[in-house]
Design a protein around this ligand. Structure first.
Ligand SMILES: *Cc1c(COP(=O)(O)O)cnc(C)c1O
Length: 386
């Protein structure tokens, strides 16, 4: 955070604020593809909206400031953002990814970048000593999520970044689940932060977008080139919606997390529940590390019901909590990772990394907590009656 000392204020005033031409407190939606030039070789600094658009530029400045980075880039989706980052690598290079990374990240490496000779290996990034033994000369980056999807596994971001730098690799953190309000990987030493802004940053389940932040001029230039060359940019209207969403990120997340802490504790004490995965619970894997690198445990919870409960009945009995892909919106959502978000990961790999068929993932919304808990309780009770 540069100009504003506290993130709550930077969320609202960071980046480029308002419109100097009219005094409008919001950045206008520059819904234009091109810009009239004064004469040959004499333009306003804006030439074509794939290359640059003032609404998108305001969003890019905002996310760079919030993540304490040097430059930000906005894309049409989280996957377009991740694709742009992976486009930094060459044939023969290899990227290490955490087990449990977002299914789409695995898929784009496995099915797309694979064709260009860019390899990957899935490693347990929670074990730094073991991770170091996996660094072969072709490895060029380590891409992690903390917490990782869907078991909310915590990786030590500072330790991975230090290891990466020791071996001249890039450390890349997908910060979608935490957002800069809770965790700022660049301050912990990461080189690149990526986001699916579709989730908490947008916050209202009404857009798809992605963001990248880097902390190095050369990387910024290379990414600007890739962004303009490959063209998966965020449009002006989505950029506006994201700036608008980010303004309330702090108040939304305070409520999301408060609700999630209560729901995690409630589920942990529920006799029907076998296991709860939530980084804010003191007995969670990586609890101490998460406490050091993040403000709290976030608002995503996964859990498993005991074997005698019918998971299909559980999903169909929920009334308030909607069965849907995605997360991070104001409404509570539930998903079944094995058949939904992580279906692109082969069955054997899923079993190996603990994404069992009984696993349930919750994105806790900002509704009244008693309503969320009674919806869960009723669905659990009904799923046990069969
Ligand atoms: C959703 C998600 C993505 C992909 O983002 P899209 O906006 O859906 O393309 C990447 N990483 C994580 C952690 C996600 O949750």
């Amino acid at each position: 955070m540069s100009e504003y000392h506290n993130i709550e204020s930077a969320l609202i005033h960071g980046g480029i604020y308002g419109d100097p031409h009219t005094g409008a407190v919001n950045v206008p939606i520059y819904q234009t593809s091109t810009y009239e030039q004064h004469g040959l070789g004499n333009n306003t600094g804006w030439e074509y909206s794939r290359t640059g658009n003032p609404t998108r530029a305001a969003l890019e400045a905002l996310i760079a400031e919030l993540e304490s980075g040097k430059a930000g880039f906005a894309f049409a989706s989280g996957m377009a953002a991740i694709t742009a980052v992976l486009s930094l690598f060459d044939t023969g290079d290899k990227v290490i990814i955490s087990s449990n990374v977002y299914g789409g990240t695995f898929r784009v490496l496995d099915k797309v970048f694979n064709h260009f000779g860019i390899g990957y290996s899935i490693e347990d990034t929670t074990n730094i000593e073991l991770l170091e033994t996996k660094i072969t000369p072709d490895v060029k980056a380590i891409l992690i999520e903390s917490p990782a999807n869907p078991l909310l596994t915590i990786t030590d971001i500072a330790a991975v970044s230090e290891l990466a730098h020791k071996h001249q690799l890039l450390s890349i953190v997908d910060n979608t689940f935490m957002t800069p309000y809770i965790q700022r990987p660049i301050e912990l030493g990461a080189d690149i932060v990526v986001h699916s802004a579709t989730k908490y940053l947008g916050g209202h389940s009404d857009l798809v977008a992605g963001l990248v932040v880097v902390n190095d001029e050369t990387l910024a230039q290379r990414l600007a080139f890739i962004q303009n060359s490959t063209g998966g940019v965020a449009g002006p209207f989505d950029s506006f919606l994201l700036i608008r969403g980010i303004k309330t990120l702090g108040v939304r997340l305070d409520r999301h997390v408060d609700n999630a802490e209560k729901a995690a504790e409630h589920l942990q004490n529920h006799p029907a529940v076998k296991k709860v995965y939530y980084p804010g619970l003191p007995d969670a894997q990586g609890y101490e590390i998460n406490k050091r690198q993040a403000k709290n445990g976030g608002a995503m919870i996964s859990f498993e019901l005991k074997e005698n409960y019918n998971i299909k009945t559980f999903f169909s009995s929920l009334q308030l909590i909607a069965l849907a892909e995605s997360l991070g919106g104001v409404e509570s959502l539930v998903c079944h990772p094995a058949s939904m978000t992580h279906a692109s990961i082969p069955y054997e790999v899923r079993q190996k990394v603990g994404i069992t068929d009984g696993l349930i993932r919750l994105s806790i919304g900002i509704e009244n907590i008693d309503d969320i808990l009674s919806d869960l309780d009723r669905a659990i009770a009904e799923s046990g009656e069969s």
